[in-house]
Design a protein. Structure first.
Length: 276
């Protein structure tokens, strides 16, 4: 009997060329499929993900599925895979789902967190998970105003990288937040789906607003008019993490699928030049 198995997984994207399989490149999808195939050598395995993260992007709550008809019981899949996977990928939970359930198409939302280290001094422990902006203190209130204008169903063509196979650039932003904890600024964006490169392009513009290199009016004008040619700089991938995927029904235990990416805070040791 064939079962559809869903996994919630974490990965450090630093040394992967993104989620999706690529020729002659190490990817998260390829690594997972290789290790599952070691447990299921008689069949070719295809792993489907809720979100296809770019090279260098992390995930603390990625959801995937694959089909399996072998003898391994569901309660053994987590330990069996974690014993074979590299340290940069962890399976948190494995469950059997209905055959029509789909990690990508059944998802109601994806939620990303982008982390920024806004201090003037270097910090070794943050360099792989935060974008270091060290010249100016970000104006979080301005950034908050810019973010809240994104809520709802809109055409976000200005925040879509070339090469997308989507038929349109419409999506619904469901929730946004921004928080400063000392020198750490975190931005969270939840949407029904994300365009190719959307969060990193958006964050590049949002930081420009926070540093007052771009006005709120210019930010809004660019994305509402779809002026992709004026959206030039994308934020680096290492500050971005897929933290949660939501479904109509709770598939996994909440403690293993919600917010397993740590939140960081740092006291402000020195004063950056204020943008006000």
């Amino acid at each position: 009997m064939k079962n559809r198995i869903a996994l919630v997984i974490q990965y450090d994207g630093s040394n992967f060329c993104g989620w999706q399989n690529q020729k002659d490149s190490i990817t998260v999808q390829g690594t997972l499929e290789e290790k599952i195939s070691e447990l299921y050598p008689s069949k070719s395995v295809k792993v489907i993900a809720a979100g296809r993260t770019d090279s260098g992007v992390h995930a603390s709550g990625q959801v995937v599925h694959f089909d399996y008809s072998g003898p391994i019981p569901i309660q053994r899949w987590t330990s069996a895979l974690n014993g074979r996977l590299p340290l940069s990928i962890k399976v948190l939970e494995a469950v059997i789902v209905p055959s029509e359930w789909h990690a990508c198409y059944s998802a109601k939302y994806r939620r990303y967190r982008y982390s920024i280290f806004n201090g003037s001094y270097p910090n070794l422990f943050l360099q792989n998970i935060c974008w270091h902006r060290y010249r100016l203190k970000l104006d979080v209130n301005l950034m908050k105003h810019a973010l809240h204008d994104l809520l709802g169903l809109h055409d976000f063509a200005a925040f879509q990288k070339a090469g997308s196979n989507r038929s349109n650039s419409l999506t619904t932003v469901q929730d946004v937040s921004i928080l400063r904890q000392g020198d750490i600024v975190t931005v969270e964006i939840q949407a029904s789906g994300f365009l190719y490169g959307m969060v990193r392009l958006l964050m590049g513009q949002l930081v420009a607003v926070g540093e007052k290199r771009l006005t709120l009016e210019e930010f809004t004008h660019r994305w509402r008019r779809g002026l992709r040619s004026e959206v030039k700089d994308a934020a680096p991938p290492h500050g971005l993490c897929l933290i949660r995927v939501g479904y109509e029904e709770q598939i996994f235990s909440k403690e293993k699928s919600f917010d397993t990416f740590p939140s960081f805070s740092l006291p402000i040791f020195d004063s950056l030049k204020d943008t006000t």
